[in-house]
Design a binder for this molecule. Structure first.
Ligand code: GLA
Length: 385
């Protein structure tokens, strides 16, 4: 109350000018803003954070489910377009939907029969995918309200405390996820977590990408490269058999670029089980740190997406369960294979596969993973690389 009248006029004028100059014509400048996105059925307020970088790229992140609601990156003509599936309003996310853009946990992908044993104790989870537990159970991290704080620049920090016993998992798990949009057109997601009891976890983001723009048809012509010599084949219920199979001579060999549609209907048992691609790739890496996991290009828009991660695996899913009944942003119908997901992760069902990289987090330890989606463009006629 005191200060307002005392601010010298000259300073006030300067402040107003600064504000205007960052708002000139192109709309708000780089940084982070937030607005109310809606209310949950329980009456809690959900916010939507908008991150903007200096290149005009934009990402919207909801505190409900930590969902990446929209991601606008430039095409080769410099025109920003939204390349992730989702909904215009919170209501869309409150109905059953296939995890569009959401943060997934505690356990990304499947745990066989919803059961695992840790330190000799048997744990039972919800079977929400046939016989198996999928993406954290009935109320995974995609359906909880995260606390949010705008970070410096274009970033938002989300935090969530998953209580001991939540969805059947042991330990109070304290999680922080930071979304950052860099001026190099990278969307970086940093995940950290600590626990007070031994637990298992596997966090990821479930964005559905279509580099031609959300709702712009299928993704079969996108060219994909995946840096993996091996993948984890699955049984009919999409649970890994435990084998690490060579991609050599199979439709899973993406070590050189291939169109997604080129071999997707090949007479291959793995493709039949999943009705397309929905398998975990074992990323090639020597040591820890970020590796280039995948590269995807789309010829018409010229958009290129590179996925870098500290994780050992990548679930490449081609939207096989989309059937056109869901209408998303702008009323667009999302048909089969109208998007692809690249969920960086530990391998599915790892708690039941002691040979897979461990997903156990212990008190005193820190879970720390990073995934970066890096966007650029290439000129028309560029050979796929
Ligand atoms: C993951 C799974 C798929 C499917 C989708 C969500 O990608 O591997 O089988 O369940 O999530 O629909």
């Amino acid at each position: 109350m005191i200060a307002r009248n005392l601010i010298p006029l000259a300073i006030l004028a300067a402040m107003v000018t600064m504000n205007c100059s960052s708002n000139k014509e192109a709309g708000p400048g780089p940084g982070t803003t937030s607005r109310v996105f809606g209310k949950t059925p329980a009456g809690e307020t959900v916010d939507l954070y908008t991150l903007r970088n200096a290149k005009g790229a934009e990402a919207d992140v909801s505190t409900y489910g930590g969902v990446l609601v929209s991601l606008k990156v430039p095409d080769r003509a410099g025109v920003a377009g939204d390349i992730v599936l989702g909904f215009d309003d919170l209501e869309g996310y409150l109905k059953p939907e296939p995890y569009f853009g959401a943060l997934i946990g505690r356990y990304g992908n499947r745990i066989a029969h919803g059961k695992f044993t840790l330190d000799g104790v048997k744990y039972t989870l919800a079977r929400n995918d046939g016989e198996n537990s999928l993406h954290g159970g009935n109320r995974g991290f995609d359906k909880v309200l995260w606390k949010a704080k705008a970070g410096s620049g274009a970033s938002v920090e989300l935090t969530y405390l998953s209580k001991d016993g939540e969805e059947g998992y042991p330990g109070n798990l304290s999680i922080t996820v930071v979304y950052t949009l860099t001026d190099d057109n990278e969307l970086k997601i940093d995940y950290t977590a600590t626990t007070d009891k031994d637990t298992v976890l596997n966090l990821t983001n479930h964005s559905y990408f279509n580099l031609a723009g959300q709702g712009e048809g299928d993704i079969l012509a996108h060219q994909v490269t995946i840096n993996a010599d091996r993948f984890t084949p699955v049984d009919k219920g999409l649970i890994p058999t435990g084998e690490l199979r060579s991609v050599e001579g199979t439709p899973f060999d993406f070590r050189q670029p291939h169109a997604i549609g080129e071999r997707i209907n090949a007479p291959d048992e793995q493709l039949k089980f999943a009705k397309g691609y929905d398998q975990n790739f074992v990323l090639n890496r020597s040591g820890d740190g970020l590796v280039l996991a995948a590269r995807v290009t789309e010829a018409k828009s010229g958009r290129v997406m590179e996925v870098l991660t500290t994780q050992p695996g990548l679930q490449f899913y081609t939207g096989n369960f989309l059937d056109g009944t869901i209408h998303g942003k702008g009323g667009r119908a999302y048909g089969p294979r109208s998007a692809f997901c690249m969920e960086t992760q530990h391998f599915p069902d790892s708690p039941n596969h002691p040979d897979f990289p461990t997903v156990v987090l212990k008190p005193g330890g820190q879970y720390r993973e990073t995934t970066t989606y890096r966007f650029s463009t290439e000129s028309a006629g560029s050979p796929a690389k």
